[in-house]
Design a protein around this ligand. Structure first.
Ligand code: CA
Length: 405
């Protein structure tokens, strides 16, 4: 799977960039890099540094909203990064938690409405709290993070450089102690239902109908509940669940060609998954997985339990998928209609051809950096987020005539 790649710094471009951008601190980070794809060289330009960036929402007129896990929501427009947008809800930034995703309402052009997902601390914290830990999740050591918290989704209107009418419309229930597996990605269906990926919080709750952890959640755009969600059976079952048996999904998107819903999810040690989501289906976690627990404990493979819906693609070694978008442009001619997945540990963009209910990886672009998100620009170029404290926003364009013809 190794693809030769180049990531050379074009010094001339870097110096030019510094001159244009003045003495701002990110000038030293700017500059061009080149990457190799099957259809030609791709040019990447680092547009701005960001601290723990997590998600991009592309707005009309090529403005971007970008979250930083630390709690900042910023606009990127006309080549400039804004100061943090005011009135973002208080988030708990630690481990995998913080300010996570941002999506625009399908009618954003007229209603300016956006949705944020984030790790929300409970108002009342338990006395003498302890992280129960679990050796099966590896690095989640006891008392690593003893704040009681859960994923929450807020709706707000973007008004210049501030949010107004901020309203929490959905919450993980019940909240848990623990710093991992918040999920947090969101996508709107054509009929304005909001789908939310909710992780299992490293508590193996995905088959517990009394919690929405480890589920794909579906709500109306105002947070009310549709009447036709998954029927989980027990009286205490949650009514906001669309599908169950998920671990930590960090990408969700509708295929515009078929309107089918796709998610990917991080497996444990081995077994990252691309799943085709159907109402009421059970995707198996934690009963089955194509990977095993981090302490070496075995988990039965998907093939042993046909009652669970198995992944369409299973990756071992893992890619650590983060961010998912279907590319609709033509500028990268080989990617039109395909799903693009960011890769954290794989430090790549993973290209997946989706045909109806089938999918296969066709190419992996070696980026040499952890990719946290991928988003298509209005002009068919691609934005990616470099993950980490020294992260940033990079724009990718085909450099070769071959790649863009
Ligand atoms: Ca599964």
């Amino acid at each position: 799977m190794t693809i030769a790649w180049r990531a050379k710094l074009a010094l001339g471009a870097s110096i030019m960039g510094a001159a244009i951008m003045g003495d701002q601190s990110f000038a030293q980070d700017s500059g061009m890099q080149e990457f190799t794809s099957k259809s030609g060289t791709i040019q990447g330009e680092m547009l701005t540094p960001l601290e723990h960036p997590w998600k991009i929402a592309v707005l009309p007129n090529d403005r971007l909203l970008i979250t930083e896990k630390t709690g900042n929501l910023r606009l990127f427009a006309d080549g400039k990064l804004s100061e943090p947008i005011a009135n973002v809800p208080k988030v708990h930034f630690e481990g995998q938690g913080g300010l996570l995703s941002v999506v625009a309402h399908p009618g954003f052009a007229t209603n300016n409405t956006i949705y944020l997902s984030y790790a929300e601390p409970a108002e009342a914290q338990p006395a003498n709290a302890k992280d129960p830990g679990d050796p099966r999740v590896g690095d989640n050591g006891p008392n690593s993070d003893i704040v009681l918290k859960g994923l929450a989704v807020a709706r707000a209107e973007l008004d210049g450089t501030a949010l107004k009418n901020v309203e929490v419309i959905w919450r993980q229930e019940p909240k848990q102690i623990g710093r991992g597996h918040f999920g947090g990605h969101m996508a709107f269906s054509g009929d304005e239902k909001l789908f939310i990926t909710n992780g299992d919080r490293q508590r193996f709750l995905s088959h517990d109908p009394a919690t929405n952890a480890g589920k794909i959640v579906r709500i109306n755009h105002d947070g009310s509940l549709p009447a036709d969600n998954m029927e989980q059976g027990p009286k205490n079952a949650r009514k906001d669940v669309w599908s169950t048996g998920h671990r930590n999904p960090l990408g969700i998107a509708f295929d515009p060609a078929t309107r089918k819903l796709w998610i990917h999810e991080m497996g444990p040690a081995g077994g990252d998954e691309l799943n085709l989501i159907e109402r009421g289906a059970d995707y198996g976690w934690p009963a089955v997985s194509n990977g095993n627990h981090y302490n070496g404990q075995k988990i039965p493979n998907h093939d042993t339990r046909p009652e669970f819906k198995k992944p369409v693609i299973s990756w071992s070694p893992v890619i650590s998928p983060a961010g998912l978008t279907f590319y609709t442009g033509t500028r990268f001619r080989d990617w039109t209609g395909k799903a693009l997945i960011g890769g954290l540990s794989s430090e790549a963009i993973v290209i997946v051809e989706v045909k109806g209910e089938e999918a296969r990886e066709t190419e992996r672009i070696d980026m040499g950096m952890r990719i946290r998100d991928v988003a298509e620009a209005n002009d068919g170029s691609l934005y990616v987020l470099k993950d980490g404290e020294d992260g940033g926003l990079m724009q990718l364009k085909p450099l070769d005539k071959d790649a863009s013809r």
